[in-house]
Design a binder for this molecule. Structure first.
Ligand SMILES: [Fe+2]
Length: 272
């Protein structure tokens, strides 16, 4: 068995200004707990991905608190935008993650695996509902070019982005999903290199398939979506354990774990 290539994925941290909480929870404290938990247990990880909604309102102070929490992180960090982020403060805080067009997307190698971090923020107000996502022609063209490059290099691809392109059963969240998700899925399904799609946004652990493509949605590190399928609003939240993802490229397989960090002390017992 080969040693796995490993990436740690955090999404929907919703960092607030100092002294502010979300349903009584401190998002920065929760993220710091998640990061410390992940780094202590996975020192062999090679990459950290942040899948959007890094902050709650996009305020520069919120990004400053997040970058401060990441200052001593020993791993490279790649971040993309969520609907709670704002482009200018994001770009100021994560300038290395923004390309020449202003999009927070990147092609990253995890051993033999290519990760395409895709920016689904609605920069042009195309989607109309304010919190839904949109992929413009420039970003879809970038995706097509990267998929063609992965094909020439015979690399498997995992795509990671904030907004899921498929329904989840949470109607209020589905209403603010990726508004042109069909355009994304059409491109992903046309490439045999694409093996898995990983998203955030819903604040719930969800396994799905979209037009036959496996899709995994990770929990927030902070507040979660209550299990109220078909009801509620996008702002409904519940204090359940936060989680982070552990992505493995292992002997040709792609594996994604969801770890509820607040539930695990790390103490291991063995039953008789
Ligand atoms: Fe979120």
């Amino acid at each position: 068995m080969d040693v796995p290539h490993k990436a740690l994925i955090f999404t929907d941290m919703h960092i607030t200004r100092a002294g502010e909480t979300i349903i009584g929870l401190d998002p920065l404290a929760r993220f710091e707990e998640a990061l410390a938990h992940a780094l202590a247990r996975h020192p062999d990880a090679a990459q950290i991905l942040l899948l959007g909604d890094l902050t709650h309102t996009g305020a520069p102070e919120e990004y400053a608190r997040l970058t401060s929490a990441l200052r001593d992180c020993p791993l490279p960090v790649a971040a993309t935008m969520g609907n709670h982020d704002l482009p200018k403060p994001f770009a100021a805080a994560f300038r290395n993650d923004v390309d020449e067009h202003g999009f927070a997307q990147a092609a990253l190698d995890l051993g033999p695996l290519r990760i395409l971090l895709l920016d689904t923020f609605d920069y042009d107000g195309k989607a109309k509902l304010g919190h839904d996502g949109w992929l413009c022609d420039l970003r879809l063209a970038w995706l097509e070019a990267e998929l063609a490059r992965a094909a020439t290099e015979a690399r498997d691809v995992v795509v990671a982005c904030h907004h899921p392109p498929c329904p989840t059963g949470f109607w209020a969240m589905d209403a603010i999903g990726l508004a042109n998700g069909d355009a994304l899925l059409r491109r992903l399904r046309s490439s045999p290199q694409v093996k898995h799609l990983i998203c955030g946004h819903i604040h719930r652990t969800i396994m799905a398939s979209a037009d036959g493509l496996p899709v995994s949605i990770l929990k927030s590190t902070c507040h979660q979506m209550p299990m109220m399928l078909g009801g509620g609003t996008s702002a409904d939240s519940v204090d359940e354990p936060g989680a982070y993802g552990i992505l493995l490229s292992l002997n040709g397989a792609i594996v994604l774990h969801s770890e509820d960090f607040a539930l695990s002390t790390g103490d291991i017992s063995r039953y008789a």
